[in-house]
Structures are given as structure tokens and as C-alpha cells.
Write a new protein. Structure first.
Length: 95
């Protein structure tokens, strides 16, 4: 795994509360993640998964930081493409 840093910034015109719902609500996720949804209890140290409609795990990770509705940091790894999975985890920060 390389020690590269990549920062990608996207600005979304909404309230922090609405964005938090978009990030963490499974029913909302299904509308925009090709019917996939996230599964977590949204606490520091908890597991996090993006689940395909057929039940396979697309991505997995761990909740590193959480401050609703202001900040969410996830350790994230692809689980279904072997060539991507071997790259290891990515730190994804939503603020």
C-alpha cells in the first residue's frame, strides 16, 4: 500500500442535518447507491458495511470519528474487486 494522500472536495447545498441523513439512513441510501445500503450502529469503533441488494458486502470498514451531524470519518475498503481490495483501506472524511 502506498502512502499517498488525495483530497477530493465536493460542496453540497443542503443543511448538515439533511446531509447526515443522506449519509447514514439505509432507506435513503437505497435510492442513490443502486439499491445498496449502509449498515452500522454509527459509533466510534463500530463496523461499517455497504451491502449489495443480494446481501453481498461491497465495501467494509470502521467508524473512526463521528460527530452528528458535523463529521463522519470512516476507514473504508472495497470487498468485491480483489485487485482493489489488496490496496487496503482508505480514510474517508465527511464534514
Amino acid at each position: 500500500m502506498s502512502d499517498n494522500t488525495f483530497v477530493y472536495v465536493t460542496y453540497i447545498r443542503t443543511t448538515p442535518e439533511k446531509l447526515w441523513t443522506a449519509l447514514t439512513d439505509p432507506e435513503f441510501n437505497r435510492q442513490f447507491f443502486l439499491c445498496s445500503y449502509q449498515e452500522s450502529d454509527w459509533k466510534v469503533g463500530s463496523s461499517w458495511k455497504l451491502i449489495f441488494p443480494d446481501g453481498r458486502v461491497a465495501d467494509s470498514g470502521e467508524i473512526l470519528e463521528i460527530d452528528p451531524p458535523r463529521r463522519l470519518v470512516i476507514k473504508w475498503r472495497n470487498e468485491w474487486l480483489p485487485e482493489v481490495k489488496e490496496d487496503g483501506y482508505t480514510r474517508c472524511t465527511f464534514t
